[in-house]
Write a protein that binds this ligand. Structure first.
Ligand code: AMP
Length: 428
């Protein structure tokens, strides 16, 4: 098989890492990839948002399978363009990707199919309407921009002044771009958050191993939200009773709802959940794998990823083929100081090659570039140090051992990934 992977972050490096281990894979391209991926696959220049450009690229490369990492190409209709040409691809259609591409679409879907979620106060296409609705809500309030806003479209407002300020930035000043043309207001949920990620061919599905991530930039869950500062996975994160409850209340109604709406969903579906006192409720859907959850999940893969993904693209997933290592895994994200705000790039990463000898550790690149024989930083999230171990403590220790060895000017990483790793419970 010749495989094309779309994207260029840590998630895509994790996919390339595991695809390469498959005996059926002869060639991997990654568009655009990064400096770490370039050690393991052929990187080709591409803009993941540009569907015609990616179609032209695939026309030239003729991959047997294309795997899409990020949401933007999916929301832009890449999977439709490929399926229309009978080119095998893993990723949902433009319509299915609306589950992520439009918070209003996804809320309407949840309500229509009676899937538990935060109470909706209303969806609005103008700031005035939204501001008017502030009289009828409870505080704190969650405000969500409808469209993709690079992770900045959700705001928890403690009071009306904060809400007004965010609504104005979103809908009057257009600070978050076109994703902010519409918005919704919803109830704030309390509880533990859990990601439930599954792979489906639109008919059958297989859950991936449970993971949790850390979104805030500083230890103790302080500071602004980021793309993700670390993740971990272990089987005891998700006790069977809770897993069953999530499957019954959320996962299966979601898949039935998609089918009832005539949407054949082929690819990864990420369900962001809040485990509330009333049971699990959906916070969001993503139409692709999470980053850095993928890095922790990939470390536990014990099956032929390329074959399973080819099966999904062909519409005959066999869930029993997804076998997982029983060990735990962790990914510690190494970031540039200042991220997710302003940060400097071009810093030389020292001692990176030393890490290749460490047991159970895989260095996954996100924002790196080659400068001669060195690697330099080029993004906010630079590396994901990913490790596996008999227990989560061992996996974390290995990832942190690796983190301590490398250095670049301004390096920042959280020291408390996995610190709250207790088994979650179905409440009440
Ligand atoms: P989303 O992109 O919708 O997942 O929102 C990003 C983050 O905002 C989630 O991971 C939660 O931490 C938080 N969030 C979203 N919706 C709610 C809600 N209704 N109540 C509390 N927190 C929320």
């Amino acid at each position: 098989m010749k495989i094309l992977v779309i994207g260029g972050g840590g998630r895509e490096h994790a996919l390339v890492w595991k695809l390469r281990e498959s005996s059926s894979v002869r060639k991997i391209w990654c568009a655009p990839g990064n400096a770490g991926i370039a050690e393991e696959a052929e990187c080709v220049a591409a803009d993941p948002a540009d569907v015609p450009g990616l179609v032209a690229l695939a026309e030239r490369l003729q991959p047997d399978l294309t795997v899409v990492g990020p949401e933007v190409p999916l929301v832009n209709g890449l999977a439709d363009a490929f399926r229309g040409r009978h080119w095998p691809i893993v990723g949902p259609s433009r319509q299915a990707a609306q589950l992520e591409g439009s918070k209003i679409f996804s809320k309407e879907f949840l309500l229509r199919h009676q899937i538990p979620t935060a109470k909706l106060y209303g969806a609005f296409a103008s700031a005035d309407e939204g501001l008017g609705a502030l009289e009828r809500v409870d505080w704190p309030l969650v405000i969500k921009a409808d469209g993709l806003c690079a992770g900045k479209g959700v705001y928890l407002a403690a009071n009306a002044a904060e809400a007004r300020d965010f609504i104005e930035r979103l809908m009057v000043r257009g600070e978050l771009g076109s994703g902010g043309h519409r918005m919704l207001l919803e109830e704030t949920l309390e509880g533990d958050e859990l990601s439930f990620i599954l792979l489906t061919d639109g008919d059958r599905y297989a859950p991936l191993v449970p993971t949790r991530d850390h979104k805030r930039v500083f230890d103790g869950d302080l500071g602004p939200n980021t793309g993700g500062m670390g993740a971990y996975s272990s089987d005891d994160l998700l006790p069977e009773a809770l897993r069953r409850r999530i499957v019954d209340a959320v996962v299966e109604p979601t898949l039935r709802g998609l089918a009832a709406d005539g949407i054949r969903y082929q690819g990864f579906l990420y369900i962001g959940l809040m485990l509330t006192l009333e049971g699990p409720k959906v916070l969001e859907f993503n139409c692709r794998l999470g980053d850095p959850e993928t890095q922790a999940i990939a470390a536990r893969i014990d099956f032929d990823l390329a074959r399973v993904l080819a099966d999904v693209a062909a519409g005959h997933l066999d869930p029993s083929k997804l076998r997982w290592k029983t060990e735990a895994s962790a990914c510690v994200v190494i970031a540039s100081g200042g991220y997710p705000g302003r940060f400097e790039i071009g810093k030389r990463i020292e001692n990176l090659t030393d890490l290749t000898t460490l047991t159970g550790v895989k260095v996954l690149h996100a924002g790196t570039q080659r400068a001669g024989s060195d690697f330099v930083t080029v993004g906010g999230r630079v590396l994901g140090l990913t490790a596996i171990g008999q227990t989560l403590d061992v996996a974390l220790q290995r990832a942190y051992d690796a983190a301590q060895r490398i250095h670049f000017s301004g390096i920042h990483y959280r020291k408390d990934i996995g610190h709250r790793a207790k088994p979650l419970t179905a409440r009440p």
